[in-house]
Design a protein around this ligand. Structure first.
Ligand code: IVH
Length: 763
């Protein structure tokens, strides 16, 4: 048998690649060009076409392929690059020290693997410090339990853009973006408008002649929201102008000058989609921050409200000898640079993992976006020993949170019919793991939204799910759109009952007006028995559909007529489960009036207003008989709710439902607690927080009693809060805010006085 030389290996590689290998190499080339394009979109144009999670996943795939086929890897592969090309707008700045990127650890296994590499790197650099026999287990973890762990400093990973701020003799002389890590863009004129960034450093000892402060410019979430609210207002104003223009053109009496006539005509032509395109929503805080920083006009940047956190020092001449990251941050703080308060140093990886878990859970708590935790070796001499790869330090790693945006394939767009008849388009997608769960359905809101986003069946779409938020389709990835794709058309007919769908002028929603439409009825029953309403356990949508299709129920009142023989034998029902459902239904006959009102699904009538109506009128019959004025006389019930209630009961179908519920023996007058309590808290808002165990009433009771007295119980403290009721373990944010704003904080006795008099206890 011939021995295999290197030459023959190469030859085999070149001449006899298997088709699987061929396709891996094709994939590698494709990924390299894809990532180069994504880099340009992200770093240069501030307009990424795919979410970060998708970018990270593709880049990892490329790195893995390059590791498997090193001899075919392009030395200039984008996996080796830090950023992207620069735009022509700003002049170039060569960084005195390169601005590096960070390697990612996507889960705790990868974090442990990084830690293992650090331990091994240190052991190799300082053999005397470690036991020579130290060896690894199969996972790359250091098996020697005796090896000392280096201190690790944990910082939040801010989702903004990196800048380097150069101070000479204490004055800010230059601000540059990261660019490709070696050369960035000069954005000094814009950066000096950012209030958080000092133009002059505070006096510190010793004062550096030169210091490059590196950190992240970001847009606080509140500012991001405000900018989008401003866009929404601009859309609203433009829509009104369009409407005004149409009306003026339609009127015949007026003689409009030609130039104005033209202006009006072009306004009148604008569709809701055009309006959306002229004032689009900003996609996310990071891109908005990056886009803002690249504005040509610094006075615009000044209005955006950008902020800054520092996290590193580049070049420094004449400063102190700093030994650890903790000392670096203390020094930066002394110089007047913003240092994030959440930085922590830990002695063990286990503590670091706990820190990461906590922040993953609380990722939406800060007033700025974060997308992970950066873990760094704290000791600076140890950092030097570990050194750098071509793109990132070995002594740091970014532990990224699971992505809240991913891409997937949109299989089809469907339309669902709600209990009010509203037709809502939604996306049916290939399942994708995003924001902590697997998602395959996401709302597309309404016809205009589908058109504005221009999402089409078979598109690759970006799906977002932030925190508890329901999944949303952000938009299509146009580069991946099939060439024969066609825009999606909203159906003319109800997909459930076939009746014609209607859309009123000026309304974004489309409706099925057929009251007996199957989907409407089923959704209506689902709402009636749902949480917050009659809360009948064991009556999920599938069961309701079964009952409806068997002809056992045609509306909510029929539930109370069900008998055991009808249920036993149906899918999911044996004698025992049928019985317990009937017991639940029986109990629901006696539900509190406020919940019965919720169950009826009256537009605009939420739980607080239902409670107010129940306590003031005491029975459904009296509410049905009340007129607009009587209803609106209640503090907390405005004219919109009042009108909605009267028009609901004026409707023949709804009036018939009330009669049927009455005949079915549903109680109309159960009001728990006090009826018609003195309205001593009318117009006042009282926040309740913490655990009221041992108090004269529970937290829920406290809220109910405050509401019964006309007060409001919002979830957060602001300047219009009358008092904060704080039990044990009260939320610190609320306590701090109350202290800041001078809002009185009440204990059990204070609450007692408040409920009796509506005023604060003396002293
Ligand atoms: S340290 C040499 N610390 O994440 C170390 N970076 O994915 C350089 N980032 O380019 C970075 N928060 O823009 C560091 N606390 C933090 C950070 C952070 C956000 C960004 C930074 C960096 C990118 C790498």
């Amino acid at each position: 048998m011939p021995t295999e030389s290197n030459d023959s290996t190469d030859e085999r590689r070149e001449t006899a690649l298997s088709s699987a290998e061929e396709s891996d190499l094709d994939r590698m080339r494709h990924l390299a060009s894809l990532i180069s394009r994504y880099d340009v979109e992200y770093h240069r144009d501030d307009a990424p076409s795919v979410p970060d999670g998708e970018y990270d996943a593709r880049k990892r795939e490329l790195i893995e392929l390059e590791a498997r086929y090193p001899e075919f890897a392009d030395p200039n592969s984008p996996s080796q690059r830090v950023g992207a090309e620069l735009s022509a707008l700003f002049s170039e700045v060569v960084h005195a020290r390169p601005m590096m990127s960070l390697d990612n650890a996507m889960d705790s296994d990868e974090l442990r693997a990084w830690h293992g590499r650090v331990m091994r790197g240190l052991a190799a650099a300082q053999p005397t410090l470690f036991d020579d026999d130290a060896n690894e287990d199969g996972d790359g973890n250091v098996a020697d339990p005796g090896a000392p762990e280096p201190e690790l400093i944990c910082e939040l990973k801010f989702d903004g853009l990196a800048v380097s701020l150069r101070y000479e003799q204490g004055r800010l002389v230059q601000a540059a973006t990261r660019g490709d890590g070696r050369v960035g863009e000069d954005v000094t004129a814009n950066v000096v408008t950012i209030a958080d960034i000092p133009r002059e450093l505070s006096a510190a000892s010793p004062m550096p002649e030169v210091i490059e402060v590196r950190g992240e410019i970001y847009l606080p979430v509140d500012r991001f929201r405000e900018l989008n609210e401003a866009q929404a207002r601009a859309r609203h104003a433009l829509s009104e102008a369009v409407e005004g223009a149409r009306q003026r053109l339609a009127g015949t009496a007026e003689d409009i000058p030609t130039t104005e006539q033209r202006k009006l005509e072009s306004l009148a032509k604008l569709t809701p989609v055009d309006v959306q395109r002229r004032h689009p929503d900003y996609a996310n805080a990071r891109n908005t921050a990056a886009g803002s920083l690249r504005q040509k006009d610094p006075s615009i940047v000044a209005t955006r409200g950008l902020s800054f956190w520092s996290y590193d020092v580049g070049e420094m001449v004449g400063g102190p000898d700093l030994g650890s990251a903790g000392e670096v941050f203390d020094y930066l703080g002394e110089l007047g640079m913003p240092v994030n308060p959440e930085i922590r140093t830990f002695g063990t990886l286990a503590e670091v993992e706990e820190f990461c878990r906590t922040w993953e859970r609380d990722r939406h708590r800060p007033s700025y976006e974060i997308d992970g935790v950066v873990v760094k070796v704290a000791d600076l001499p140890l950092r030097s020993e570990l050194g750098y790869t071509s793109r990132a330090p070995r002594w740091a790693v970014a532990h990224k949170f699971p992505p809240e945006e991913r891409t997937t394939k949109l299989r089809r767009i469907m339309v669902s019919i709600g209990r009010t008849g509203r037709a809502t388009p939604f996306a049916d997608m290939e399942p994708v793991f995003v924001g902590g769960s697997t998602v395959s359905l996401a709302t597309l809101h309404n016809q205009d939204q589908v058109a504005a986003k221009d999402v089409r069946p078979r598109d690759t779409v970006i799906v977002r799910k932030a925190g508890d938020v329901i999944p949303e389709v952000v938009g299509p990835v146009l580069a991946e759109r099939p060439s024969d794709s066609e825009p999606w058309c909203f159906p003319d007919e109800c997909p459930s009952c076939g009746s014609k769908l209607e859309r009123n002028e000026g309304d974004a929603n489309t409706y099925c007006r057929n009251r007996t439409c199957r989907d409407r009825v089923i959704q209506g029953i689902g709402h009636f028995v749902g949480r917050g309403a009659l809360d009948i356990e064991g009556l999920g949508e599938r069961t309701i559909v079964t009952f409806y299709e068997r002809g056992l129920i045609a509306g909510p009142a029929d539930l109370f007529g069900l008998i055991i023989d009808q249920l036993v034998g149906l899918e999911g029902f044996a004698e025992k489960s049928a019985n317990s459902l009937l017991v639940e239904i029986e109990a629901a006959r006696d539900a509190p009036l406020a919940r019965l009102l919720i169950g009826l699904g009256i537009e605009h009538l939420g739980p607080t207003a239902s409670e107010l109506l129940a306590r003031r009128f005491g029975s459904l019959r009296r509410i049905v008989a009340a007129n607009d004025e009587e209803l609106a006389a209640i503090d907390g019930i405005g004219p919109i709710i009042a009108a909605s209630v009267t028009s609901f009961f004026a409707d023949k179908g709804n009036a018939a439902l009330v009669e049927r519920l009455d005949q079915a023996g549903v109680r109309f007058d159960r009001v728990d607690g006090e009826l018609d309590a003195p309205q001593v808290l009318a117009g006042k808002s009282v926040v309740v927080t913490g655990n009221l165990d041992g108090w004269h009433l529970s937290r829920d009771e406290a809220k109910a009693v405050i509401t019964a007295r006309g007060g409001k119980t919002p979830g957060s403290v602001n300047k219009s809060t009358f008092a904060l009721v704080a039990g044990a373990n009260a939320g610190q944010t609320k306590l701090d805010k109350a202290a800041d704003l001078g809002v009185p904080i009440l204990d059990d006795n204070g609450l007692r006085t408040l409920l009796e008099t509506g005023e604060l206890a003396a002293g």
